[in-house]
Design a protein around this ligand. Structure first.
Ligand SMILES: Cc1cc2nc3c(=O)[nH]c(=O)nc-3n(C[C@H](O)[C@H](O)[C@H](O)COP(=O)(O)O)c2cc1C
Length: 253
């Protein structure tokens, strides 16, 4: 079975493609959270896969929260477990952080896949050019096929792009991000642009957005920082303070 979390669709695409190539069941972590489903029974020989985006050089914190609660019936030391993380560039020490979060479950293989960047909250960070977006997507197809092939063979392997200064990024910036940067208080809606279409409500994987009395989106403090609301708003009515005003928007089509 493959568990996935995705904000703007890259990891959903990766998880779905892997599930098809491997003939595996696909489980959306957002739905598992909503239904508080944390206990799973493995069939004989079934492997466990986790697919998620890298956030601030670590696993998306929502996945860490999820995996800490998960319980597998029939798990044994023979169960093959792997992680695949999508990222814009590099993932630092995400694999070490993920292995620790897994507790008694052993992670046998780990892969990173470069996909179009969706991080736009800090100065100097923006979505990729159309050309780079297409190049990353086209490379990702071959990459996921070879990952699926290796997973099928239960290959024990770590094949990731850690990038420069991985220790500082993952041991200093990631903990700071997980602790202090997950607030949804800075999301703001432009009343002139919002058409009250509900796309932000429907695309929030955390069910963290509702329409208030005036049919204006309202965030409720359970944000995964996936930026689906910003990127998928059809009228660009949502900003994150001033940080996103001149930035592009992206989601996987
Ligand atoms: C909050 C946040 C932090 C991110 N941090 C990183 C990072 O540390 N390294 C990186 O290469 N990409 C980073 N990205 C980009 C995403 O990992 C990448 O675009 C990913 O494929 C998005 O997956 P999704 O479409 O499934 O949500 C970040 C994105 C967000 C929203």
């Amino acid at each position: 079975m493959i568990f996935y979390f995705s904000g703007t669709g890259n990891s959903r695409w990766a998880a779905k493609t892997l599930a098809e190539l491997l003939g595996e069941k696909l489980i959306a972590v957002s739905e598992a959270f909503a239904s508080r489903q944390y206990e799973y029974t493995l069939e004989e020989g079934e492997s466990i896969g986790f697919v998620f985006p890298t956030y601030s050089w670590g696993p998306a914190p929502v996945m860490v929260e999820f995996v800490k609660r998960i319980k597998f019936n029939n798990y044994s030391s023979n169960t093959f477990c792997y992680m695949v993380t999508t990222c814009g560039d590099d993932i630092g020490l995400s694999v070490d952080i993920w292995k620790k979060a897994l507790g008694n479950i052993t992670c046998n293989a780990a892969y990173s896949i470069q996909m179009p960047n969706n991080y736009i909250l800090l100065p100097g960070f923006d979505i990729d050019s159309k050309e780079l977006e297409e190049k990353k997507k086209s490379n990702a197809i071959g990459r996921i096929e070879s990952i699926a092939h290796e997973i099928k063979l239960h290959t024990h392997k770590i094949d990731v792009v850690k990038g420069a200064m991985a220790w500082i990024k993952s041991r200093v910036i990631y903990p700071w991000f997980s602790r202090y940067s997950m607030s949804d208080k800075k999301f703001a809606v432009s009343p002139d642009k919002c058409t009250h279409c509900g796309a932000c409500v429907n695309n929030c994987p955390m069910q963290n957005i509702t329409m208030n009395g005036n049919s204006t989106p309202q965030w409720h403090g359970n944000c995964a920082m996936c930026l689906a609301c910003i990127h998928r708003c059809p009228t660009r009515a949502i900003e994150y303070a001033h940080a996103t005003q001149k930035k592009g928007r992206y989601f996987f089509k």
